[in-house]
Design a protein around this ligand. Sequence first.
Ligand SMILES: [Fe+2]
Ligand SMILES: [Fe+2]
Length: 468
Amino acid sequence: MQLHEKIPNNVNLSQDKRLLRALEKWQPDYLKWWHEAGPTNFQANEIYLRTAISVDSKGWAHFDYVKMPDYKWGIFLTPPEHDRRIGFGDFLGKAAWQEVPGEFRNALRRIIVTQGDTEPASVEQQRLLCNTAPSMYDCRNLFQVNVEEGRHLWAMVYLLHAYFGRDGREEAEDLLERRSGDADKPRILSTFNEPIADWLSFFMFTMFTDRDGKYQLLALAESGFDPLARTTRFMLTEEAHHMFVGETGVGRVVKRACDLMKKDPNEDVRNQGGIDLDTVQKYVNHWYSSSLDLFGGEISTNAADYFASGLKGREHEGQFTDHVALHATYRIPVIDDGRLTERDVPMRNAMNEVLRDAYIDDNQRGVDRWNRMIAEAGVNYTITLPSRRFNRTMGIYTGYHFNPAGEQISAGEWERRKHEWLPNEADRIYVKSLMLPVLELGKMANWIAAPERGVKGQPIDFEYIRLV
Ligand SMILES: [Fe+2]
Ligand SMILES: [Fe+2]
């Protein structure tokens, strides 16, 4: 471990002068990007943050006060596995690649750039939120997510610099050039160009969109290109916290809604200054459906090619018995002649859908926990995940209309009813009106319950941000 270095790492950077020079040249550009596109405030404040310092499962992180621009963005890969073999596809059982296989160079670079692009994009989307944090605890969590997304960018840039030569370096520069929502140079994926204007959206994003990230990383953690597998395995340890922020964040909004319902003679949560469960449901519908798009087409030759060539597997490939998947099929509801029907497609072409299935189950577990809280509060309400066909703008359901139950409806009915299901202008304005900063120690905004516990054993009223 080389922690004292300018770029902390466990990849022996000091032994590779060319790579070190390239990364040291990229570093000031990265910091310039951070100042331009990172959080708009608190850059000079000391924040109680977690920093990755090793890949040891017991003690990989260190907590201390640090100013964000001084954060130690390091490069960490899980240790190499002795004699690792490719676990799926046409190269099943062959030695994992330690260098980029020439024939898959472009595909691999594309995968890494697409993943890498989401990391700075989310920091850009969230840059204004620090001005309206509902508590110091939450503001600190936002910054934790932001600096770790920055480290994830470093992780992908390391792969580009170390394994892709000159075009890798150019891609690394471009990753700092694109900007979320920019008309000329947008980020690659559309979900990452939507601004995150309020904290309810932030919690939805970290619940649903970061979880897409988790599943993409799980699929890449199986990659036959060993450096990619080892990089993404370590990124997953940080990703877990982002989804914790999302799930508990929404959970606290839900809990507060239940409390406020009981306080109000008409059970009117908005009358009490909170976010009502119907609004929560609409935000769920929006962010969940938008995140489902990120998995790509239901029937995909790209997905089939990535699987065949051993670049991108299924999450926890070891749980499957057939790692070649050449003869199996997968039944998918498709639109045929304008009507919903089912078709068996070759399993390899359905790999995006297989990954989406696992993602949906994982989300459902979180939603179940919210519903248990609602039931425990004695409130009669169930939050549901809409059908995977609802509100899609990518894949085979695009251009057709479905209600949250997944039943096909006409364009007219969609237009009439979409604002029952998705946040409308008034909902957004209302939620935004609640976004006023609360930074007093231990205090929470009225619309959110306190967390159950603080960070790393600290109390909830701990000074997570030194304001002076
Ligand atoms: Fe990330
Ligand atoms: Fe994340």
